[in-house]
Design a binder for this molecule. Structure first.
Ligand code: GLY
Length: 378
């Protein structure tokens, strides 16, 4: 795999590995590997030891891993409180954010408190936003418990909630103090959630790393069977790519936009269907196939790219077509999407597998006609 420019990693056999992510607010570690949850107390020590911790998680994650996280929180010796959310995208609301804030304040959190986001992308996004808002900003640590949250959502400081008008329309950039990716947590992840994580992994490879894409194609069976060393390698590579992109463009004014490959349609689907029917990763899978087909139609994307992407996504059990959703509802939702440039809706295309570009000059008639065909399966 390409080595990139910042490769200071300690490799101690099967030990967790650390990628350092640079941000304007300071650098932070992303610790990747089996058993890395036990590093939590260490990451809370020292001059910046918090006065109090507030854990935010969901019922499913706590059912499987509640004791494991509480054990580590007790090891810190710092008092802690909890807010437990219902699982799923339906919890990513202002109402639930207020619940988190009220419970943190009632528990005695002050400016030196630190929130712990323990769960998938929903928990990470809402907890990060609550941390950005509480007393005008407290620290938080991301402990992602889903594959999708590990490879994408937990790194880079995007936080937020959905509002009825659209996905992630309220939020803030707020970088975590640390990210802990314990691959052991993935053992209890439902198969559908794991597949959704693969959509973001394939996205990361498709936009930036042809060698990673080829590796995923070649090692598909071992990866699907859950080979730990291979999975660790793929997760680490995705985190490095994400770190490189967000370091160059923390606030998404340029390069970072490529991370939204597949998301233009995906957000429209999610808003049109009501959040929670297709999982985010599943909607992104459909959105990537559509963007690749549209790119080919416009002559921006090298031919056969869409077929290659579709075959790989389908091999990982991900949806690659869209049916039974009203086109007009998707179009309305896409009309509200915040990903717009001066000339119109912003699309991320692949020029070829492993390379992406952003365009905001696609005529609405062109993508809308292609979308109608895509929905009708033509
Ligand atoms: N999930 C896309 C980004 O972090 O920019």
């Amino acid at each position: 795999m390409p080595s990139g420019k910042r490769k200071k990693v300690k490799n101690r056999g099967g030990e967790p590995r650390t990628v350092r992510v640079r941000s304007t607010g300071g650098n932070y570690p992303a610790v990747i590997g089996s058993g890395s949850l036990s590093r939590l107390p260490l990451l809370l020590k020292g001059k910046r030891r918090p006065s109090r911790l507030h854990l935010v998680s969901d019922r499913n994650v706590l059912r499987h891993h509640g004791e494991a996280i509480r054990k580590q929180l007790r090891r810190t010796g710092i008092p802690f409180s909890e807010t437990v959310l219902a699982p799923g995208e339906g919890s990513k609301t202002m109402e639930q954010m207020q619940r988190i804030l009220r419970s943190a304040v009632r528990s005695g959190c002050d400016r030196n408190s630190c929130m712990i986001a323990f769960g998938g992308g929903v928990v990470g996004d809402i907890t990060g936003y609550a941390a950005a808002s509480l007393l005008r900003g407290v620290e938080f640590i991301q402990v992602p418990a889903s594959l999708l949250a590990m490879v994408d959502a937990s790194v880079g400081g995007k936080t937020g909630v959905n509002i009825p008008e659209g996905k992630n329309l309220a939020g803030a950039f707020h970088q975590p103090r640390a990210v802990i990716m314990d691959l052991d947590l993935l053992g209890t992840l439902p198969a559908r959630q794991a597949r959704a994580g693969w959509a973001e992994i394939i996205k990361t490879a498709a936009i930036r790393d042809l060698r990673l894409l080829s590796l995923i194609e070649r090692e598909r069976e071992a990866l699907l069977a859950g080979s730990p060393p291979l999975l660790a390698k793929v997760v680490e590579r995705c985190v490095r790519i994400k770190a490189e992109v967000v370091e160059e463009d923390e606030r998404e004014s340029g390069l970072r936009m490529i991370l939204n490959f597949g998301h233009t349609l995906a957000h429209g689907i999610e808003a049109a269907q009501g959040y929670g029917r297709l999982l985010h990763g599943e909607a992104v899978a459909v959105g990537m196939v559509f963007a690749a087909r549209l790119g080919e139609r416009l002559g921006v994307t090298r031919e056969a790219t869409a077929d290659r992407l579709e075959a790989l996504l389908a091999a990982f059990g991900l949806p690659v077509h869209l049916s039974k959703l009203s086109c007009s509802r998707i179009l309305t939702a896409m009309g509200r999407d915040k990903k717009r440039g001066p000339r119109g809706l912003r699309w991320v295309f692949l020029s070829r597998p492993g390379e992406a570009l952003v365009r905001d000059d696609v005529k609405p008639a062109a993508w809308q006609a292609e979308l109608k065909k895509f929905i009708q399966g033509k």
